[in-house]
Design a protein around this ligand. Structure first.
Ligand code: B12
Length: 382
């Protein structure tokens, strides 16, 4: 199959200008966007031969390139095929580097590295695990989408000094929380140190505590430092104050309201879809496609709402709603559609739940509606 690769004309973002290997990162990504993974691989191998470390390659070439690939997809400058090509090529090149990673002397510690169930983003966790390996840890990296029972079984037969859990998609933080509860529940007799990380934890710095972890770090070097603190400092020294955040917190909703919402969510989605398809005449698709897109949007909103309501972190909503302004118009969903869809969804929460349960959820929907209106007025005034 031929994939058509177009070179992007977008301005080079800060992230690729700033790192110490900025030129290499630009060249690397440019090769991948042109479909030249052999050249990209060669560039990395030559850099290693010249004395650039694997850690530098990971942090200053692979990580910024991947973030940039995400931005280019979000703004519709590259296709999903190009994003997949870049990601798969980087994973392939990382595998070529594996022999260099395994040369360190062992320090006697071991790490279990997991991407939470449902999570397909695995490069961040892999980079973190490889950093531990390079520091002399034995690592047991089990990658993307690992079911909880397998993890519990693994812990029954082997002790790990640190369990590292990664999530990238915001709604997966719920599974992180559930996984941590299951691990602690199944191994209540052991002292288990759990480190979490990934995109939502970087967006909402208080989140790690709310999911029940022992610590969090924003990147791979930070993860090593945090693991050492957890292992070698006493608990009191490690205990951190919750960082303050520019975003407000809402009260996490009660178990009763959450369970009513979960019971009714299929009905809410169904009724909201039925109503929305009648309205959204200006979406550039036939009625089947329009319904599919609207249904997907409501399902996504539902998962996001459930996750954010469980932790009360509005910073996570802010990230989603600003992301949607960039991305969704390319899928035929304009800002005014988003606003109308939120209003319809909100109405069906009120009609499907008791007044008390709905009143706990509505502050979240009101925040979304208000913020969407604000974003639309910002755009029309500039
Ligand atoms: C590659 C990619 C994919 C690939 C992943 C393939 C793979 N095998 O990994 C595929 C195609 C599967 C994918 C799918 C989707 N993706 Co995607 N993806 C990306 C992309 C471009 C790169 C991810 C990456 O490799 N990052 C590089 C690593 C090194 O960075 P990192 O993960 O942040 O890791 C560092 C730190 O966070 C930290 N860290 C990470 N884990 C841990 C763990 C611990 C314990 C610690 C301490 C630290 C730590 O250390 C790491 C190293 O320094 C990102 C862009 C982005 N900004 O991340 C989008 C991105 C994450 N995806 C996005 C979306 C929307 C999706 C989809 C929903 C798209 C869709 N409609 O289907 C699906 C969801 C799939 C799912 N259920 O998981 C959005 C999320 C937007 C948002 N606001 O939520 C992003 C941001 C793209 C964008 N800009 O729009 N995606």
């Amino acid at each position: 199959m031929n994939i058509i690769i177009t070179e992007t004309s977008s301005p080079v973002p800060e992230i690729l200008i700033e790192g110490t290997l900025a030129d290499k990162a630009k060249q690397y990504l440019s090769f991948l966007l042109q479909g030249k993974r052999q050249n990209a691989s060669q560039l990395i191998m030559e850099a290693i031969a010249q004395g650039v470390t694997i850690k530098e390659i990971y942090m200053d070439v692979f990580q910024p390139s991947q973030l940039e690939v995400g931005r280019l997809w979000q703004t519709n400058q590259i296709s999903v095929a190009q994003e997949h090509y870049c990601t798969v090529s980087t994973q392939m090149i990382m595998s070529q580097l594996f022999p260099h990673i395994l040369t360190s002397e062992k320090n006697g510690n071991n790490l279990l590295a997991i991407c939470v169930g449902g999570e397909l983003h695995e490069i961040g966790m892999r980079i973190v695990a490889d950093f531990f390996e390079m520091e002399g840890w034995d690592t047991y990296y089990i990658g993307a989408n690992t079911p909880t029972n397998t993890i519990i079984d693994t812990l029954n037969v082997q002790h790990f000094d640190i369990i590292a859990i990664s999530a990238t998609i915001t709604y997966n933080i719920l599974y992180v929380k559930e996984l941590i509860q299951s691990i602690r529940g199944a191994h209540a007799d052991k002292e288990i140190k759990i480190l979490v990380g990934g995109r939502p934890f970087n967006i909402a710095p208080r989140l790690w505590k709310k999911v029940g972890a022992d610590g969090c770090a924003k990147d791979a070097p930070g993860a090593i430092q945090k693991a050492q603190d957890l292992l070698y400092l006493d608990n009191q020294t490690v205990t951190e104050k919750m960082p303050s955040e520019p975003y407000e917190e809402l009260l996490p909703i009660t178990a009763h309201a959450m369970s009513s919402f979960l019971q009714q969510k299929d009905t809410i989605i169904k009724n909201a879809v039925d109503e929305a398809v009648r309205y959204e005449d200006d979406m550039p698709y036939d009625s089947m496609k329009k319904e599919t897109i609207i249904r997907y949007g409501f399902e996504y909103t539902t998962r996001m709402l459930e996750a954010v309501m469980a932790v009360g972190e509005i910073a996570l909503f802010e990230d989603q709603i600003t992301w949607a302004q960039d991305r969704l118009p390319h899928d035929g969903v304009q800002s005014k559609n988003i606003l109308r869809l939120f209003k319809i969804y909100s109405k069906h929460i009120s009609t499907s739940l008791s007044e008390q349960d709905a009143s706990e959820i509505q502050p979240y929907m009101s925040w979304l509606i208000k913020r969407q209106e604000q974003l639309m007025s910002d755009v029309s005034f500039c």
